[in-house]
Design a protein. Structure first.
Length: 131
């Protein structure tokens, strides 16, 4: 066995990585990966392979555990407004008037392409969020 294989085997033996099934395991693997990342400029090939394995295990767990629920455009807008501490009046420049903002937020008027373009620019998000 070559030196890289021996080092990789030692890393695996020391940490015994497995498919992550709990938040505790996820936190432990994240901590190990974070420790490796602090020295990423000096990784050996074995450490790079081990970091890649940990990343895949963590991503797999998080994709299974933290599924995002699809939101409609008005829910997205409400969340963005709350996250940015905005009131309806703060969006008047995007919609033209406060009354149009109110109509959109209350579901009486749909977002048009211009609104979506301006909202995506204002909040620095993809226009796809509003479709």
């Amino acid at each position: 066995m070559n030196a890289v294989a021996i080092e990789y085997t030692n890393l695996l033996t020391k940490n015994l990585p497995r498919v992550i099934h709990s938040e505790e395991q996820n936190e432990e693997y994240s901590r190990i990966l974070e420790e490796l990342e602090h020295r990423s400029d000096s990784w050996s090939p074995a450490e790079a392979d081990f970091a890649e394995l940990l990343t895949l295990l963590i991503e797999d767990f998080e994709e299974r555990s933290y599924k995002l629920v699809a939101a409609n455009p008005l829910e997205v807008l409400a969340e963005l407004m709350e996250a940015n501490n905005l009131k309806q009046k703060d969006l008047a420049s995007i919609f033209g008037t406060e009354s149009i903002v109110s109509e959109v937020i209350n579901g009486k008027r749909e977002l048009n392409k211009d609104h979506i373009k301006r909202l995506s620019e204002r909040f620095n998000v993809s226009p796809e969020l509003f479709f």
